[in-house]
Design a binder for this molecule. Structure first.
Ligand code: SF4
Ligand code: SF4
Length: 316
């Protein structure tokens, strides 16, 4: 698979980036050995970057994939910490559990914060310090906000931006897909690396996957797209799509007929409300003492699942 430069980072990455969220316990809950085998399959076919996060709880899967692997694989993780001590712990945990001596990118994971450069200043500072210590190569910002992406263009501290974009604009918190696309072009023009998230809106756009992925990949300034994959068939199909190879229509029609949804086991819901503020898209509410999802707003990210003390939310 051809490689592209991720902005001014010097990283030469495959435009198809392995999104590891869906295989972890928040979603498909694949065992680490099985998830690791799938990631390794993707690495051996030319994908050379994996996107993960402290919240995804899947470092074990990635460690399995990397064990004995001799190729170059870039690792990007994220910290949702709001204070520097916790952010440092998140990075140290990633290094330990991934069994690596540095991470290529660590993002400030602040999807719901309009101005993370101000509100997460102390976290950015500790990440910069860890960059000096050699534990992080680049500091990044992952965001669902257009204004945050735009502001990152002017920040010397942020080298990589991980914005939410899909052709419907699902999950963008302060505007349209067109406005986010303009902000992406701006931030890339400023020399930042850009790889997109939620091109399929967490699976909502699976029925039009080819068009949705091509839309994001074709945007000015997008160097790569993180795509969650759960089977070798998906890896093969996406590699073909991202390489501009001839596509197998029957294979894609099968993939596009798959559907995913958020399942809340209502019977066991205690109505505690802990999941509601965990949703970055304001898709959850309590109705008659039970959690209820607004499917028009839900992008199937699974973050609410991590917040539920009863473990009764799943993306299936
Ligand atoms: S309801 Fe849950 S899965 Fe859906 S967008 Fe909100 S946090 Fe993500
Ligand atoms: S966190 Fe879990 S138990 Fe609490 S309201 Fe949400 S779904 Fe129900």
């Amino acid at each position: 698979m051809k490689k592209v430069l991720l902005g001014s980072t010097g990283m030469e990455v495959s435009p198809l980036i392995f999104g590891s969220l869906p295989m972890g316990p928040l979603q498909a809950a694949k065992p680490p050995e099985e998830g690791g085998r799938l990631i390794r399959y993707a690495l051996e076919r030319g994908i050379n970057m994996i996107d993960t996060a402290e919240l995804y709880e899947n470092y074990g899967h990635i460690r399995e994939a990397l064990a004995g692997y001799r190729g170059r694989c870039y690792l990007a993780s994220k910290t949702h910490a709001s204070d520097p001590e916790t952010a440092r712990k998140h990075v140290e945990r990633a290094l330990r559990e991934l069994a690596v001596d540095h991470l290529d990118v660590v993002h400030v994971h602040a999807a719901r914060i309009a101005d993370p450069l101000v509100e997460r200043r102390s976290v950015i500072d500790v990440l910069l310090q860890m960059r000096e210590e050699g534990k992080i190569a680049h500091v990044g910002l992952s965001s669902h906000y257009i204004c945050a992406v735009r502001k990152a263009a002017a920040s010397p501290d942020i080298a990589v931006v991980h914005p939410l974009i899909n052709h419907r604009g699902m999950g963008i918190l302060d505007g349209t897909a067109e406005q986010m696309a303009a902000a992406i072009a701006e931030v890339a023009e400023a020399g930042k690396g850009v790889y997109a998230m939620k091109a399929l809106a967490g699976g909502n756009l699976i029925g039009e996957a080819r068009m949705s992925l091509s839309y994001v990949l074709g945007l000015a300034g997008v160097h790569g797209v993180a795509v969650g994959m759960l089977s070798e068939r998906e890896v093969d199909a996406n590699i073909a799509l991202f390489s501009g190879a001839e596509l197998d229509p029957a294979q894609w029609e099968t993939l596009e007929s798959g559907r995913r949804q958020l399942k809340i086991m209502e019977r066991f819901c205690k109505g505690c409300g802990a999941c509601v503020p965990a949703c970055t898209n304001f898709a959850l509410s309590l109705v008659d003492g039970k959690a209820r999802v607004d499917e028009q707003r839900c992008i199937l990210c699974g973050y609410c699942a991590a917040a539920c003390p009863e473990f009764i939310i799943r993306v299936v």
